[in-house]
Design a protein around this ligand. Sequence first.
Ligand code: HSE
Length: 300
Amino acid sequence: DSIHVFAPATVANMVCGFDVLGFAIDEPGDEVYMRRVDQPGVRLVNITGDEGRLPREAERNTVSASVLTFLQHIGQTDIGLEIELHKHMPIGSGLGSSAASTVAGLFAVNTLLGSPLSRKELLPFAVQGEALACGHGHADNVAPALLGGVTLIRGYDPLDVVTLPAPPELHASVVFPHVDVPTRDARQMIRTKVALKDAVTQWGNIAGLVAGLFTADYELIGRSMHDVLIEPTRAILIPEFYEMRRIAMESGALTFGISGSGPSVFAFTQSRDKAAAITNLIQAHLTERGIESNGYVSGV
Ligand code: HSE
């Protein structure tokens, strides 16, 4: 009557697809241990890796709050659950930290109770968790964390999620510079009105990226991943952003951009070795500038 679940970090937006595209990476990720107990109610008995920043009360923590909403939905509010959450990426990293925790919790409770809902049916509960964590219920982190691979949020009302293919050689270099950029703040600073000309550029790029993923056209993927709407504003919050881009592109990256709302950044490459080399070069540059970081390499 207990379960251990890992849910992966995710790279949201994929540069041009603000709030509609995202992919899961191999590591890092968050872990949830869940146990059924006799005493009714949902309790968070242990949280590690959050530097004491997450709420411990069941109704306010996104993991337990989503579990409670799930239990209400399936009409099982009288059961007892103990939850342990072990975080392996900081809050405000741009790696879908809250999404990974929420998805791990929902997957755990659903499996523990005999899988009454499908993975896709769990999504709306995870989106509500995001709304609690950062003030807005975007799905571009929770969908890939739950479903794996690359996902498109075709629509939010109703939620319509499509899994996209990824060409076999596509790899990601991901670097998390240790600076805090809360998603809530990074969302408040972006313009909510856009010029038609920019919108045309953006949807052309999104369509190009999706076409590139389907046809394994690495060049098309690379030249489609540009963001004229959000990146110019958010890049200001990320130290060395343009220098990191220069390093990645000069080392043969297909593209380079912000992961989610930052400060993490990522590059796509056509080989694992190239992705590893870019991660190392960017981290070395940050170290030179006195900025600590974590680096990752992942398939897509
Ligand atoms: N799409 C969201 C944003 C992802 O860019 O604000 C946050 O990780």
